[in-house]
Write a protein that binds this ligand. Sequence first.
Ligand code: SAM
Ligand code: SF4
Ligand code: SF4
Length: 343
Amino acid sequence: MTDIPVTASPVTDVYQRPLRDLRISVTDRCNFRCTYCMPEEIFGEKYKFLPHPEILTYEEITRLTRIIVRLGAVKLRLTGGEPLMRRDIEQLIQGLAQLDGVHDIAMTTNAFFLPQKAHALREAGLQRITVSLDSLDDATFRKINGNRSSVEQVLTGIKSAQEAGFDPIKINAVVQRGVNEDQIVELARFCRDEGLILRLIEYMDVGTMNGWRMDQVVPAQEMVERIDAAFPLKPVARNYQSETALRFEYADGQGEVGMIASVTQPFCGACSRMRLSPQGGMYTCLFATEGIDLKTPLRDGATDDELEAIIRGTWQKRTDAYSEQRTSATTDRKKVEMYFIGG
Ligand code: SAM
Ligand code: SF4
Ligand code: SF4
């Protein structure tokens, strides 16, 4: 999107960064156990997920989103946990699609339930889908997702999304040294052939449970070089200022690929993303330690203006730039988990 309009009462933070994107984590639950996100050892059968009454209802999410859109957000992304684990998620999409000022509604999903859901999502007004797929090799993929899904199941999900009319579809792959780095070129080849846009993501130190180490990160520059050697690339300018991906076109004209270099080439200076957790916490950074509780005032009868004042005040005080300040001391500190605020 190039021409993002200005809203009536936009808000900016301490560094003059506007609030443009809202990522809504609709559930803390997931049917996968990806080692870097919800490792099986911690998220076993005894793990206590949020009880239903603690999770925002669709009406509550829609109301908060309406207010956040007034403050400048034009792009929404539903994530989680696994957003398709939330029952009748298409009802939420339908409500969000009717809000004035919303220009884009996207979802990040592991694709497991897309065969049953893709058409309903499209009809409800979902505009874009990103599917996470870290490997085309079944054994590696199963190792990463806690043996919850085959590659085949995800490919079937992608096909369903294509049949439902989602185009283009993005594929997210988190690359880890020694785990799936051999898949970089394979994924590029597959996405070129299938008309999908690949986004290779540097493994990040989100949360506290994945035991992240810098030597597990494959720098974006190295990923670019590996793909370029197989399929020559040329760089493309960013679509809009806060775009996170470093984008490249294939020199032969067969599509594009992007890298999310959040560790080696951070982009905090243009970060316009706010995150909403399943139980109504407002987070101004993926690496935040704590959120601002919006659910309590919401359920205690706060008016829209009062809620807007809380969100505006929080954003105006925002100084987050974690990725640009990352040191060994910061990677060890307490941070919110990824499944709680989405990617
Ligand atoms: N369950 C959905 C999915 O996997 O697509 C949505 C939620 S998931 C938390 C969103 C994205 O974050 C996924 O693409 C996932 O690969 C990515 N992610 C999770 N943990 C990560 C980490 N430590 N570093 C980089 N990306 C991560
Ligand atoms: Fe689930 Fe997505 Fe996290 Fe994997 S990355 S455990 S699919 S929420
Ligand atoms: Fe935005 Fe925080 Fe990521 Fe920087 S580290 S780009 S401020 S979410």
